[in-house]
Design a protein around this ligand. Structure first.
Ligand code: SF4
Length: 325
């Protein structure tokens, strides 16, 4: 009987090896990659294109945003809810498995590779929470894990699965050589929620908005962020493309600021602003502009259908540094 499997492909080496291991067993292999404001499908697309895997790229934003504020198994080192996230991804591809009449699911998780999210209990928690516990195969560590249904039924070929465990990478590198996989991204990276700087900004955003919009999350990767008061943050572009991005993502009614008569950044004041925060924002935008630092600069403030100009002295750099998020 020809088997069909659906697996998670992040584009990292482990996920590539898992997919390749399944394909080498003669099983029809369909890969799925997810995107959200925190991670994208770029690495998966490159890997699938290079190795000839069929790839479906799905947006998981809505479900992810519903889960992320209160993950059942909490967060990793930063704000990464890895156990709940993996379970969510398996739940989505589990539904696909049913629709496409596939036989099982797989991923590149390796037992013990991540102390919190890939120990035996965590792998079990992921599988249980997904609702597809008996269908999830981890080909790279399958020999160390309890068999899933198709293995117990003797449908799965007995050879071609592995016993990788721990944090070392040497076995993966050997396997990559054996499989002829030469092109893969460096380990880690790819998910903004694992990055401390991004997480700091996200925490700050959550202080301002309990249910942030997608645009406000996308703004977390743009520009300098300056905490002006408990109620508001200023975002200042660092170059032309960030200035444009800020304009594209600006939330209606949130004030935009720019210097008149000199090259300079675009600023976006996010949160509840008052006169004091507007003036401070203008002074910071002036600081990062080409306006002379020993004179006042004119800054235009636009928002909520209004526009007005203020004359301000550029803020001292050490004062701005104190406020950076
Ligand atoms: S690192 Fe990010 S994408 Fe990966 S499982 Fe964790 S939360 Fe999900």
């Amino acid at each position: 009987m020809a088997l069909r499997a659906i697996g998670l492909l992040s584009g990292g080496l482990d996920s590539i090896l898992a997919a390749e291991a399944i394909r080498r067993l003669g099983i029809e292999t369909i890969c799925v990659s997810f995107r959200s404001p925190f991670f994208d499908s770029d690495n998966a697309r490159n890997a699938a294109a290079g190795l000839g895997f069929e790839l479906l790229c799905l947006d998981i934003t809505e479900e992810f945003m519903a889960m992320a504020p209160r993950p059942k198994y909490g967060y990793g080192k930063n704000m990464n809810p890895c156990i709940d996230c993996k379970a969510l991804m398996f739940r989505r591809i589990g539904r696909l498995m049913e629709q496409m009449k596939a036989d099982f699911l797989f991923s590149g998780e390796v037992l013990g590779q991540r102390p919190m999210s890939q120990n035996k209990q965590s792998l079990r928690n992921v599988a249980r929470l997904s609702g597809y516990e008996d269908y999830i195969l981890r080909p790279l560590s399958a020999k160390l894990l309890p068999p899933i249904r198709i293995q117990r039924d003797g449908i799965m070929p007995p050879d071609g699965l592995f016993d990788l465990s721990g944090r070392g990478r040497s076995r993966q590198l050997e396997l990559a050589k054996e499989f002829g996989v030469n092109d893969y991204p460096a380990p880690a990276g790819g998910c903004m929620l694992t990055e401390p700087n991004f997480t700091r900004r996200l925490r700050r955003l959550l202080e301002l908005r309990s249910t942030p919009s997608i645009q406000s999350i996308e703004l977390l990767s743009v520009g300098r962020h300056v905490r002006l008061s408990p109620e508001c943050t200023l975002i200042v572009g660092r170059n032309e493309s960030e200035n444009q991005r800020i304009c594209d993502l600006a939330i209606p009614d949130e004030p935009l600021l720019y210097v008149i008569g000199h090259e300079g950044p675009t600023g976006l004041l996010f949160g509840k602003s008052d006169r004091d925060s507007l003036l401070k924002s203008a002074s910071i935008v002036a600081r990062y502009s080409d306006a002379p630092k020993d004179m006042t600069a004119t800054v235009r403030i636009e928002g909520a259908g209004e526009q007005f100009d203020v004359d301000v002295s550029p803020m001292r750099p050490e004062k701005v540094r104190e406020l950076l998020v």
